[in-house]
Design a protein around this ligand. Structure first.
Ligand code: GDP
Length: 289
């Protein structure tokens, strides 16, 4: 079934001559269906009611909504330094696009900064995750640091940092487990890895990045809360933003947790990643199709 985009739905809604109570209620529902959380949606509707006044044409309403959403979105450039070691640890539940994003970032920094990277397979919980990372490494011609399944992930990360230091590789990209037997096991393990990293790269550029799937809705907010509580996130990568014009969870995360978005994944190819651009994000969110 083809669904219409949030932009088209809103344009249709405001195609009449008057803004009625019913239209505003529908607008709130639409925003919530687009994964914008209830508080933000209510706020937008209130503002439309106040500001749009009699200017009820859709040409006024859409830019107004866009402006309000834009104000809530936080972005940050994920900079890399050539004077120190850079380490990005990617976190996220299984299936969100973590390993793919890691590989995309490796290619991105090679292409844009001519910066060599190595990949660290610290999800030792799943053998398939290690194999998957090795596959990416082969395709990208990038070194992968790994141990056997079940190994201590802290030890693998330690090896990765040593290897980067010894070989003069400036960027270390760490894959982590997204699921373990229990949530507390996962949190403990991530905290342990975090401690190893902090102890090994004192003045390095170390960032903890959560990957969320644009199509998972408000679950993304809950995931961000969980990982932020565990290790304090520095940024978020929005994956799979090609598959739907749903992505309102970005607004919720920025508003509720104040974490900036750093990259956006828009497809399955290695080249399908770009620094998070607010305007591009809003173009897609408010698109017609
Ligand atoms: P992980 O379990 O979090 O490491 O997830 P994976 O990286 O293995 O990705 C799960 C699936 O999502 C794979 O089939 C990927 O090809 C796909 N995927 C990842 N990122 C994107 C994206 O930006 N767009 C699309 N369409 N698919 C993606």
């Amino acid at each position: 079934m083809k669904t219409i985009g949030l932009g088209a739905a809103i344009r249709n809604l405001f195609s009449g001559s008057k803004i009625t109570e019913e239209i505003l209620e529908d607008l709130e529902d639409m925003l919530i269906e687009g994964d914008i959380n209830v508080r933000a949606a209510m706020n937008i509707v209130e503002q439309i009611e106040k500001k749009a006044g009699n200017a009820n044409e859709r040409d006024t309403v859409i830019p107004l909504i866009r402006e309000m959403l834009s104000r809530d979105i936080l972005t940050e450039e994920l900079s890399v330094s050539s004077d120190t070691i850079n380490l990005f640890m990617l976190l996220g539940v299984n299936g969100v696009g973590k390993t793919t994003s890691l590989a995309k970032l490796s290619r991105y920094y090679t292409e844009t900064r001519n910066m060599e990277s190595l990949l660290v397979a610290a999800d030792t919980f799943r053998a398939a995750a290690i194999d998957q990372l090795e596959e990416h490494g082969k395709k990208l011609n990038v070194r992968v640091i790994r141990q056997n399944p079940g190994a201590d992930p802290g030890a693998v990360v330690y090896d990765g940092i040593e290897s980067a230091k010894n070989n003069g590789i400036p960027l270390v990209l760490v894959d982590t487990a997204g699921r373990m037997h229990t949530k507390s096991n996962l949190v403990r393990e991530l905290q342990k890895i975090d401690k190893v990293i902090r102890g090994r790269i004192e003045n390095g550029n170390y960032k903890k990045l959560l990957v969320i799937d644009a199509t998972t809705g408000q679950n993304g907010l809950r995931q961000a809360e969980m990982f932020h509580e565990a290790v304090e996130l520095d940024g978020i990568v929005l994956a799979k933003y090609d598959s739907a014009s749903k992505g309102g969870v970005v607004i919720s995360i920025c508003k509720e947790l104040g974490i900036p978005f750093v990259f956006m994944g828009t497809g399955e190819k290695y080249s399908d990643i770009e620094p998070f651009d607010k305007e591009h994000f809003l173009d897609i969110l408010l698109s017609d199709g």
